[in-house]
Design a protein around this ligand. Sequence first.
Ligand SMILES: *Cc1c(COP(=O)(O)O)cnc(C)c1O
Length: 234
Amino acid sequence: MSVISENLQAVHASIAAAALAVSRQPHEVLLLAVSKTFDATVVLEAAAAGQRAFGENYLQEALDKIAAVRSAQPELPLEWHFIGPIQSNKTRPIAESFDWVHSVEREKIARRLSDQRPDDLPPLNICLQVNISGEASKSGVPAGEALAVAQAIAAMPRLCLRGLMAIPEPTTVVAEQRAAFRQLTTLFEQCRAAGLPMDTLSMGMSSDLSSAIAEGATIVRVGSAIFGARTYAH
Ligand SMILES: *Cc1c(COP(=O)(O)O)cnc(C)c1O
C-alpha cells in the first residue's frame, strides 16, 4: 500500500474517532485533500486510493494540475475546491474550473464569480470565509458583517451559498481550538436561524481536525497529514 493511501486511511480513522466521540456519524464529515504544491501524479495516486475532493490555493498551479489530471484520466469524477486568496482580476478561471470556492470574503468577489460562472455548469458552491480571530491582518469578512454578506451571496443566481469557512489562529491548546471553531458554529447557526439554507462548515486542518469535528465541521481541509510536508513555498 502506498504512503498516501496509508495516510488517507489514518486521516479517515481520525475523522471517524472525532465524530463518534461527539455522537456524530463519520460520513457527515467530508475529507477535502489539500494538494497545493503537490503535482498531478500525487493527486492521481490519492484518487486511486478513493479520494475524490481536492483543495487548491494557487490558481495557476491549480489550473495546470486540473488539466493534467483530466488528460491523464478524463473519466475520473473529481471535485475541485478553491481555498486560497482571490484577486478580483482572477475570478473568471475560478468560476470556470472549480466546483466549490471556500475563500470568498467580499461581496464584490462573489458578484464576479456569479456573473462569470458558465451557464452549462451547475451553480458554484460557495463558503463565506469569516475572520473569527478578529485581527486586522487575517483574511475573512468580520464576524459582525458575515450575515449581511451571506444574504447578498444567497441572492446571486449562479452561486449556491453552502456555508462558512474559517482559518483560526494556530494553537496546540485544544480548548482554544474548540473555542475558535465554536465561534464559527455559532455564527453558522445564526445564519440558519435567519433563514439561510446553509449546510456546510469548512473548518479544521491536519493539526486541529478533531477539535473542528467536535464543534460541528462538515468539511475538513487536510494537506500535510495526507501528502507530507510541503517542500516549496509560493
Ligand atoms: C494549506 C491549507 C490547508 C491544509 O493545511 P495542512 O496543515 O497541511 O493540513 C487547509 N486550508 C487552507 C485554507 C490551506 O491554505
